[in-house]
Design a protein around this ligand. Structure first.
Ligand code: CIZ
Length: 310
């Protein structure tokens, strides 16, 4: 505990000295989210993190999240310096969508408009016509569909299937998934609902369709937090990364939030509802980003950045 407090004090001081602001994702550990809030930074989804960083007066951003979030922040703030606790913090969606293969896939269907999820590398974003986060994906695809556009969607097949179902759009899918959401199980969720019949079920659309079908509300992190605030229920079963509980509980201290079960709960689950790469954003790594920033800075090639920005 003392060591933790000492690290927190050091980081606060370093952020001040370096005139840096800390932006953290909802999926990072509670201690990191609390630190971002305490120091005037923000806790948000990837789009809002990048926008906050762009609008902040500080010229140095420390992004606690996964690598594509650092890149998105850099794309929106090319003149600022962006550091991360570790550049090793990646994302299964990004890993599962290499630029070369994705470009070949797109080139094979030149008549289609390419829409990619934010959880991709800057190079994949640069190849796309549209870049969306889960908070705006539905609206953008609805818009493109109303213009009669046929779409290539990548990389999350579950989110893609959800959007396709909602919009009826013609979407050709890349076959990627988030290792955290892919593990939620409808069978296990049925049992949890049986134990908590009065709980509303909140589901992130990166989850399998059978889980999404059981939801009382489906949405991005920010939309699920809103749902937890606006719905009358006192109990919620939440199918997304458990990092989100920090913000939900902070905003609704009198409501109860229960983790949705994963397929191998306790025994063989791989991520157990917490992204292993998000978990790499610990206090030690965060302090290192401020004291030994070499090798922790985000650079995005200028040409890719300009294309991704469009
Ligand atoms: O874009 C984000 O922040 C992610 C990864 C999820 C979401 O639903 O906000």
């Amino acid at each position: 505990f003392d060591r933790e407090q000492a690290l927190i004090s050091d980081i606060k001081l370093l952020l001040k000295q370096k005139q840096a602001t800390l932006v953290a994702h909802y999926y990072t550990d509670p201690i990191i989210q609390a630190l971002a809030e305490d120091t005037g930074g923000c806790v948000a989804d990837s789009l809002e993190m990048a926008r906050f960083g762009r609008d902040a007066k500080e010229q140095t951003l420390v992004v606690a999240g996964v690598k594509f979030m650092g890149e998105t922040a850099k794309i929106l703030s090319p003149e600022k310096r962006v550091f991360m606790p570790t550049l090793e913090a990646t994302c299964s969606l990004d890993l599962g969508c290499p630029e070369k293969e994705f470009t070949e896939f797109c080139d094979a269907h030149p008549e289609r408009t390419v829409v990619v999820y934010a959880n991709t590398s800057a190079a994949v974003k640069a190849r796309a016509d549209w870049v969306v986060t889960s908070s705006i994906a539905l609206e953008i695809v609805e818009h493109l569909d109303s213009l009669g556009k046929k779409i290539i969607w990548g990389p999350d097949r579950h989110l893609g299937a959800y959007i396709q179902k909602q919009t009826g759009a013609d979407m050709l899918m890349w076959n990627g998934e988030c290792i955290v959401h892919d593990e939620f199980s409808s069978q296990a969720l049925k049992k949890a609902k049986h134990l908590h019949p009065d709980a509303a079920i909140l589901v992130h659309p990166e989850s399998p369709a059978s889980v999404v079908d059981m939801a009382d509300a489906v949405g991005s992190t920010s939309q699920l937090i809103k749902a937890a605030q606006t719905m009358d229920n006192k109990k919620f079963i939440v199918a997304t990364d458990k990092g989100i509980f920090y913000k939900m509980q902070q905003l609704e201290p009198n409501k109860e939030f229960i983790e949705a079960p994963t397929a191998g709960q306790g025994a063989s689950c791989k991520s157990c509802a917490h992204c292993p790469w998000m978990a790499m954003n610990g206090l030690v790594a965060l302090k290192e980003a401020l004291t030994h920033p070499a090798g922790r800075e985000i650079f995005v090639d200028a040409d890719l950045r300009d294309k991704a920005m469009i």
